[in-house]
Design a protein around this ligand. Structure first.
Ligand SMILES: *Cc1c(COP(=O)(O)O)cnc(C)c1O
Length: 445
């Protein structure tokens, strides 16, 4: 066997006589250079002499390459699935109960503007986001539905709250007073929702301190209590006692608010899990996130409602090569070819949300058939194996560069779900869905 010019040692136990085309040409070049291993370089005619005059590129050719590259790896969001899931959720609500679509974190990685429009169009009444920036982006996109920020913003964003008609969650008197003062200065009212901590201990005024809070801020004429809400820590858990305790505390808080002569406005508590599992806690509005994306918050809801996943993840093969027996693949060469396989590369990796912890432990779908992801998942590429031994397989799939691969989604009877990825990684489907938004262009259908 020839000396390899670059000292590459990635080929283990190579069968005799195996030589790739690239190696053959390097060998020939080495021979031409006097029998010594020549340094790897390309002979470029243009480098020698007689350079042609440069032809400048057209501006359009230099534009951001993403529209062209976008079809190499992308997420596809099925807005009709969003509409279906809104309609499915609505069926569980009394006609007067409002539905707030939670579109925080760019709609769980699905695209907040498009999802918000689809959800509102399908019967959602309001929107919720996690911060003021997200809310402003929706307003700038022309969305006029009421928007609640699910946390108390910084005082510096009070002008944006008022200027863009965004409702904050409030739980500190100091913020409330500043908010009211700026509103007053501009001849406006300052609507807010009071966040009540009934046991999750994340944000909010303690359930037994709400009246004191209201007395502290009620002197301010511009402040307007538009709603009161709490959030459940265990709505997705099999156990139900803690949810009952939180509900009891919330109802106590509401009763004390009413008894003190305040109008709580729109009362809400339920997330997706609670909305499906506990109709008694719907109050005036439910806040639904995960279900609108077609993902179940917990196993229990699977028997209650049928949902349609909106996100699928796609990529096109950018490299495909047959690989001899025992050759390795990817960092660490942990995968070794059993022989007679084709290794294909797709341009998606952990920077795009395909978590490295799934290395060697997820399948992809090509032509309606499962193929096995092999080797370590890289930052923005990963590989899969196609077994070429079984003739049935060979006839049906012989993938080529440019062929489309499904990373998440279903094709025929084959299906790869965000849920199974989450389970393998001991995390929640929420996290996997959010992850796929990073660096991947989105296509809406
Ligand atoms: C994220 C969130 C929701 C939505 O929860 P899902 O489980 O996605 O339905 C509702 N309320 C609050 C306060 C949240 O932070």
């Amino acid at each position: 066997m020839e000396n390899l010019p670059n000292g590459f040692t990635g080929f283990a136990n190579r069968p005799d006589g195996f030589e790739s085309a690239g190696e053959a040409s390097r060998r020939r070049r080495a021979a031409a250079a006097g029998g010594q291993a020549a340094p790897l370089h390309y002979a470029r005619e243009a480098a020698s002499s007689g350079r042609k005059e440069r032809l400048p590129f057209q501006p359009v050719e230099l534009e951001d390459g993403r529209p062209h590259e976008s079809r190499m790896a992308w997420t596809q969001i099925d807005l009709s699935a969003i509409r279906y899931n809104v309609a499915q959720s609505r069926r569980f609500l009394q006609p007067r109960c409002r539905l707030m679509a939670v579109v925080k974190a760019d709609a769980y990685g699905h695209g907040a503007v498009e999802v918000s429009k689809a959800a509102i169009g399908a019967g959602a009444d309001r929107l919720a986001v996690s911060n003021v920036l997200e809310a402003v982006a929706l307003r700038k996109a022309g969305i006029t539905a009421p928007i609640l920020v699910l946390s108390q913003p910084a005082k510096t964003s009070i002008p944006q709250l008022l200027g863009y008609n965004i409702i904050p969650s409030v739980y500190e008197p100091d913020f409330a007073v500043s908010y009211g003062e700026v509103a007053d200065l501009h001849g406006m009212t300052a609507p807010y929702h009071l966040a009540v901590n009934t046991g999750m201990n994340r944000i909010g005024v303690r359930y037994d301190d709400v009246v004191e809070f209201l007395h502290q801020v009620s002197f301010h004429r511009a402040l307007e209590l538009e709603g009161v809400y709490t959030h459940y820590a265990t709505a997705d858990c099999a156990e139900t006692l803690d949810l009952q305790i939180q509900t009891k505390r919330f109802i106590d808080a509401l009763e004390s608010i009413n008894a003190a002569g305040f109008d709580p406005g729109v009362v809400h508590a339920a997330n997706s899990a609670a909305a499906f599992r506990y109709p008694s806690v719907h109050f005036d509005m439910v806040r639904m996130g995960i279900a609108l994306y077609g993902l179940h918050p917990c196993p229990e809801t699977r028997n209650i409602v049928e949902l349609m996943p909106a996100m699928s993840v796609h990529a096109r093969i950018c490299d495909a090569r047959p690989l001899g027996v025992s050759e390795g693949v990817s960092y660490g060469l942990h995968y070794r070819s059993p022989g007679s396989v084709k290794i294909c590369t797709i341009p998606i990796g952990y920077a795009n949300g395909l978590r490295r912890g799934l290395s060697g432990n997820t399948d992809f779908i090509i032509g309606g058939r499962y193929v096995r992801q092999v080797g370590a998942i890289c930052m923005d590429q990963c590989m899969f194996e196609v077994d070429m031994r079984r003739s049935a397989v060979r006839e049906l799939i012989d993938p080529q560069p440019g062929d489309e691969v499904l990373v998440v989604g279903s094709q025929g009877i084959a299906e790869i779900t965000i849920d199974e990825m989450a389970e393998k990684l001991s995390t929640v489907n929420y996290e996997i869905a959010c992850g796929f938004s990073q660096q991947l262009p989105r296509v809406f259908v």
